[in-house]
Ligand binder design. Structure first.
Ligand SMILES: [Zn+2]
Ligand SMILES: [Zn+2]
Ligand SMILES: [Zn+2]
Length: 298
């Protein structure tokens, strides 16, 4: 699994361009600039696509033409910019198939946008987009990645891609918003080479019991967890530095995080402290804050 972090920031980015707080002033003056969080996996699967994300890819020299699967966690606008689907349709990638996996409310945002601005319907035959509902999966099911056929679903788990290059995707219930934006999900993604990522944006604690059950012994290679709120809790249903640490501990106890797991804090906002303080605090729980554009070979 090769990961490319196209963004590691919050909805408003860090720095928030409108803001003169100490944290934004530091970030702007030679600190670190972060756009909306999204992770590209093996150049074929993208998790989340806020409006910042395709432009970030362009600035990093990353092509999205090979993308075959787009996963969206919920319908908040920092995770879903439906215009990207229209702009893709103006490119050489236009006729190529693209799975769009998202909760019902997020698919509805895409449908309404495409109907209004493009007069297109992803459910019409011949449309290269294939909309698939992300329904939270239960505890791990038997591995069926070797079975015949292309994409399949069972009990919430989706198998995306062709035999030999198939991704197992398990949406997990988040603690974030209501059905009007989702219901929001996190993603457990196993690559064809067997490496495994937990994408944990957005959520507060506690995680739903079904999700805590579903991550038992998953032994993720990478856990990318939101840490929006830093030391200023109380903003939305998100994690801050305290609850991020609590959740990392919970995931360790359940065998989801092990000794070798790379723990990444993402969806970072100006509610976090400036300077080296964030890195120092994250290191206490074995985590770090990657930069936008960073690549990881797992
Ligand atoms: Zn968000
Ligand atoms: Zn600020
Ligand atoms: Zn959100």
């Amino acid at each position: 699994m090769r990961l490319r972090l196209l963004g590691t920031g919050s909805a408003d980015g860090w720095p928030n361009p409108w803001c003169d707080c100490a944290s934004c002033t530091w970030a702007r003056g030679g600190g670190v600039v972060r756009g909306q969080t999204a992770i590209l996996v093996d150049d074929v699967l993208l998790v989340d696509c806020g409006p910042d994300v395709p432009r970030a890819a362009a600035r990093f020299g990353v092509r999205l033409s090979g993308l075959r699967h787009l996963l969206v966690g919920h319908a908040h606008p920092d995770h879903l910019g439906p215009e990207s689907l229209m702009w893709r349709s103006w490119s050489t990638a236009a006729g190529r198939p693209l799975d769009v996996v998202a909760p019902p409310a997020a698919l509805e945002v895409c449908r309404a946008f495409l109907a209004r601005w493009e007069g297109s319907d992803p459910d019409r035959e011949g449309n290269p987009l294939r909309f698939l509902e992300a329904v939270p999966a239960g505890p791990a099911e038997p591995d069926r990645t070797g079975e015949a056929g292309g994409t399949g679903t069972a009990g919430g788990t989706l198998w995306l891609g062709e035999a030999g290059a198939r991704y197992e995707v398990r949406p997990l219930a988040a603690h974030h918003g209501d059905a009007s934006i989702g219901p929001a999900v996190l993603y457990d993604i196993t690559a064809p080479d067997g490496t495994r990522l937990l994408y944990g944006c957005d959520t507060a604690v506690p995680l739903p019991a079904s999700t805590l059950d579903a991550v038992v012994d998953r032994a993720y290679d990478v856990v990318a967890l939101e840490e929006n709120n830093g030391d200023r809790p109380g903003f939305g249903e998100h994690l801050g530095l305290d609850t991020f640490g609590e959740l990392v501990g919970e995931l360790r106890r359940r065998g989801a995080i092990h000794q070798g797991t790379e723990i990444l804090a993402v969806h970072l906002s100006h509610r976090n402290p400036p300077g080296d303080e964030l890195a120092r605090r994250l290191a206490h729980v074995g985590a770090r804050a990657p930069h936008d554009g960073e690549s990881l070979d797992i």
